[in-house]
Design a protein around this ligand. Sequence first.
Ligand code: MN
Length: 395
Amino acid sequence: MQRFKQALEEGLPMLVDTTLRDGEQTAGVVFSNREKLRIAKMLNNLGVHQIEAGIPVMGGDEKDVIKQLVSYNLDSSIMAWNRANIEDIKHSLDCGVDSVAISISTSDIHIAHKLRTSREEVLANMVRAVEFAAKHELYISVNAEDASRSEMDFLVKFARQARDAGADRLRFCDTIGVLDPFKTHEIIGELIDQTGMEIEMHTHNDFGMATANALAGLKAGARFLGVTVNGLGERAGNAALEEIAMALKHLFNVDLKVDTTDFYNLCEFVARASGRQIYPGKPIVGPNTFAHESGIHADGVLKHPSTYEVFSPEDVGLERQIVIGKHSGSKAIKMKFVEYGIDLSNEEAADILEAVRNVTVDLKRTLFDKELMYIYEDYLYEKVKVPSTGDRDNE
Ligand code: MN
């Protein structure tokens, strides 16, 4: 947990990855022990500060794998998730984790309809659990579940009591993903003003704003960013690790010292392990992020990559691709043929381009390099067959 400790002291923003907990809670997703350990090692190697590894009270494989993970002594802190009761926390202690998330709902809708209890009981349970964890010298993130739908006065009371009981930070959960960045900025700013507590953002993507909301929280003073690889997580998922890290680096000028060059490998591994493909337009690691087809874009990128790319594909472990399709231009066609040692004249490139457009519309897709070569072969055949003085229309 060395990296976590150091960042705590230096006051740096931190990534808290919950791929192994919230990510695995995605309906239909289950990781094998081997996959969990591999994912944790990859997260550790690329520089994540804290890994929420699972829920020890579930027992069985879930508990065993957390114990094993703790035995690796990684640079990342290992956190276990708990409900606000002492029994859960005892299971976390069995695993030897250094940190715990202690979770209970703070919204009236959850208190009345899920917990079927009262605000007073919520506070009492939380305080009891936090005091127990603090006594055992665990680092504590108190989770206000459904915080985004909680009444501000109660949330402030909850946070203050958590702090007084020994909590190190408050996890602000936008459990059902109903915030927008403006609202988030306002709420987090007020929460920090009123409690002085360290805040962790835990945002969901139900309206496609998980990443934006987490970053809005950071701008308002939150220091911990809850993320998952590929944005995996309940329903529409969480804020994506790769999006948050790259946005911080390129849009906020915040360097988390994360090795981003392994992002594609990590995302691909998690995609396979979770049985969820990375969709073509997925920000940062989608296969289309560095694929250029349209003539104007391909021409620009070939002359100077930064015309249409914010960062280099190598920065995230991808490669640039010039795709030949309906919208290609003759410059891209010429470039493709140069790769195969063929130097097309402008006239030849124009002819090939016309053929490419016909074929791609017929097939309704882009072309493989080999198909491009077949088009060229057919073109040469036609050219040789028809004498240069001949009239094609009379063929
Ligand atoms: Mn969640």
